[in-house]
Design a protein around this ligand. Structure first.
Ligand code: NAI
Ligand code: MG
Length: 498
């Protein structure tokens, strides 16, 4: 730890992490009505770092009332889009001003390397608020000239209105960034919100709640309820909530769809993936090795769009696997708090057991581990970066989302793009796909054939202005970009008989 981080650490210990963190309801920090709390762990050493309130149905009810009041009668409904934009921009500045502290919280809570938390999670969170500040003033409708009626007699147009009170349920892999990716467009659109961060990683969302108060968000616009799946389920079932935006497992996504039918909530889902990576023989091997390794080992593989199924042409297969294994072997694995750490632990004991279970199942089914294959013998939730070859398409490691640093690789020999695409599409998921080739024609043709929400050719990024989401069981709807904000609106058609 360097001196600045040590100072933030000491401050957190004597302040933010010392007493149990409360719920944010209607602008006030309060205990859960039941008084219940639960512990939060540091994945690097399995120690308890904080306690947070465990919100129950009563707390959900109070938060919904506060959000409803702020939406219908409170200052939020009267605030101009330009003033909402100012608040969002100021929040981006506040995140930047507290970047080191927020990165440290994220590292202690989630385990990720602090330099990654700073450069990616916190920097992107600040930028996302600023990006959506711009959309607050641009939620236009359109003129709809009548098709089968006399345009001289009728004038028709659409407006976009905020959908209302929205429940935002987030996962633990990018705790702050996932919360921000929902809050920013929801607030830009004019909604009021109830945020339920993942039980494994609630701390950065709670600190964000304090910053939102400091920059002047009115009471009730953002309510934060920490808790487990039951808390999320109570939000999903609540008749006073108009929309749910969820990121997490496909199983919970399915449960949310079922539970939201009571009042026909709008639902946006960003779910799991088992994304294919296709390396053609003409690819730049340095680019491919670097990209494939980053695509599966970044964030310890806990990335919804991780490239986890590798299809490499037989001419380059050995070279590619050797290169990726060499990179994996050199990764500096350790506590995220150390500045030279490149791969931290997985988030929890449960996740460690899940990933280790897949590793055992893969080996038992006959997959061969070129590198890795087991959890690490050290404190904390550490697992070895792993590459499986000889894994067949019927194996669980090949078919299911592992959400750990585990790559399954196979080779292909033919040049038939339809056949290659069919293999890549042989999954229930459709979040992302990665293609490495220098042939522009092959790149475009295969991009068209693959059923996934994002296709990344020779590398890629996630960007506020580029829609992100899944085909098939990877989700409903898109986040980011114009679509991300419009997902928090209803379209109203106004027809005037002249
Ligand atoms: P999860 O889907 O159970 O949890 C995500 C969020 O949903 C958490 O905030 C949780 O409290 C909440 N939740 C759980 N049950 C709920 C319910 N019935 N109603 C409403 N909210 C509910 O994910 P979990 O169990 O932590 O991880 C399991 C697997 O899910 C991972 O191994 C990974 O494969 C996948 N996953 C995918 C993510 C993605 O980014 N697409 C993120 C996290 C997990
Ligand atoms: Mg779960």
């Amino acid at each position: 730890m360097n001196i600045a981080i040590q100072q933030h650490y000491d401050n957190l210990q004597s302040g933010f992490l010392k007493s149990p963190r409360q719920l944010l309801v209607g602008g006030r920090w309060v205990d859960a009505r039941s008084g219940a709390t639960f512990p939060v762990y540091n994945p690097a050493n399995a120690s308890v770092i904080a306690h947070v309130a465990d919100a129950g149905p009563d707390d959900v009810d109070l938060a919904v009332k506060a959000a409803r009041h702020a939406f219908e009668d409170g200052p939020w409904s009267r605030m101009s889009p330009a003033d909402r934009a100012k608040l969002l921009w100021r929040l981006g500045d506040a995140i930047e001003a507290h970047a080191e502290e927020l990165a440290l919280i994220e590292t202690l809570d989630n385990g990720k390397p602090i330099k990654v938390a700073l450069a990616l999670d916190i920097a992107s969170s600040a930028e996302r608020f600023r990006y959506y500040a711009g959309w607050a003033t641009k939620m236009n409708g359109e003129l709809c000239p009548p098709a089968a009626h006399d345009g001289g007699k009728f004038h028709a147009f659409t407006t976009r209105q905020p959908v209302g009170v929205v429940g935002l349920i987030t996962p633990w892999n990018f705790p702050l960034l996932m919360a921000v990716s929902k809050l920013a467009p929801a607030l830009a659109a004019g909604c009021t919100t109830i945020l339920k961060p993942a039980e494994q990683t609630p701390l950065s969302s709670l600190r964000l709640g304090e910053l939102m108060q400091e920059v002047g968000f009115p009471d009730g616009v953002v309510n934060i309820l920490t808790g487990f799946g039951q808390t999320g389920a109570a939000i999903v079932e609540h008749p006073g909530v108009d929309k749910i935006s969820f990121t997490g497992s496909t199983d919970v996504g399915r449960a949310i769809v079922k539970a939201s039918t009571g009042n026909m909530k709008r639902v946006t889902l960003e779910l799991g993936g088992k994304s294919p990576v296709i390396v053609f023989p003409d690819a730049d091997m340095n680019v491919a090795v670097e990209g494939v390794a980053r695509g599966i080992f970044a964030n310890t593989g806990q990335v919804c769009q991780a490239g986890s199924r590798l299809f490499a042409h037989e001419k380059v297969f050995d070279q590619l696997i050797e290169g990726i294994a060499a990179k994996a072997g050199k990764l500096k694995i350790g506590p995220g708090i150390e500045f030279d750490t490149e791969m931290g632990p997985v988030v929890s004991q449960e996740q460690l057991d899940r990933v280790a279970g897949y590793l055992t199942a893969g080996l038992e089914a006959g997959a061969k581990a070129v590198i890795g294959g087991t959890k690490m013998k050290r404190d904390g939730y550490f697992v070895e970066p792993t590459i499986f070859t000889s894994s067949t398409t019927d194996m669980a490691v090949w078919r299911e989302e592992i959400f750990g640093p585990v790559l399954c690789a196979t080779s292909f020999s033919d040049a038939d793009l339809d056949h290659i695409a069919a293999q890549a599409n042989d999954t229930e998921y459709g979040l992302a796909a990665y293609v490495y080739t220098r042939d522009l024609s092959v790149a475009h043709k295969i991009a068209k054939k693959i059923k996934a929400g994002s296709i990344r050719i020779n590398g890629g990024m996630v960007d506020s202005n580029v829609p992100f989401g899944g085909f098939k069981q990877s989700g409903w709807g898109r986040e980011n970009g114009r679509e991300g904000a419009e997902a928090f609106t209803e379209i109203k058609s106004v027809i005037i008989s002249l």
